[in-house]
Design a protein around this ligand. Structure first.
Ligand code: HEM
Length: 148
């Protein structure tokens, strides 16, 4: 009888420890605790702040990010829809691409329609001081004006 009780107590203790470990693990992996991670920075508007080095890792068709006017865009899904030759578009993946966006490499600005499309791929901004071409005016606003 006593040994049964000891076995039962031991079993209950074991299950309690197991449950505690499961709960601690769940809390550590929850999205809330991940966004509190110091390595992920956001500005006051809750927008992600990226460094150029991180953008540079997304430099081909499998993951194509570009910095335009200080804003970071993930253009991977747009890539197959871009009307120009693929290389014209992909050579700017992972890079600061403000001037390429503004003159398309042929001296002509993108249309306001293209600028609106661009905005839907916005994922964050580049850290201040990281990019020479962080502009007070957004790329879409200047494209709207230039392309009339
Ligand atoms: C940053 C590098 C880029 C380069 C070098 C580039 C270049 C070009 C070229 C050469 C054309 C076709 C020729 C022409 O219309 O003059 C074109 C058209 C176009 N591109 Fe891009 N492009 C870039 C990024 C983008 C992005 C990020 C978007 C939108 C998310 C975009 C949307 C369009 C659209 C909609 C057109 C059709 C014409 C227009 O509406 O302006 N492009 N682009």
């Amino acid at each position: 009888m006593t040994s049964n009780r000891i076995a039962y107590t031991g079993f209950v203790a074991f299950v309690s420890v197991l449950l505690t470990l499961v709960v601690v693990n769940m809390v550590q992996n929850s999205p809330e605790s991940q966004s509190a991670d110091d390595s992920v920075e956001s500005n006051d508007d809750g927008e992600r702040i990226y460094r150029l080095a991180e953008v540079a890792e997304h430099d081909d068709a499998s993951s194509c990010w570009k910095v335009i006017g200080g804003v970071v865009y993930d253009l991977t899904e747009y890539l197959p829809n871009h009307p120009a030759e693929e290389e014209t578009f992909t050579r700017w993946c992972g890079k600061e691409a403000t001037s390429a966006w503004q003159d398309k490499g042929n001296g002509r600005p993108h249309s306001p329609r293209a600028a609106r499309r661009l905005e839907s791929y916005r994922i964050g901004i580049i850290e201040e001081g990281e990019s020479a071409s962080v502009e007070s005016e957004s790329a879409s606003a200047s494209a709207d004006r230039d392309a009339v």
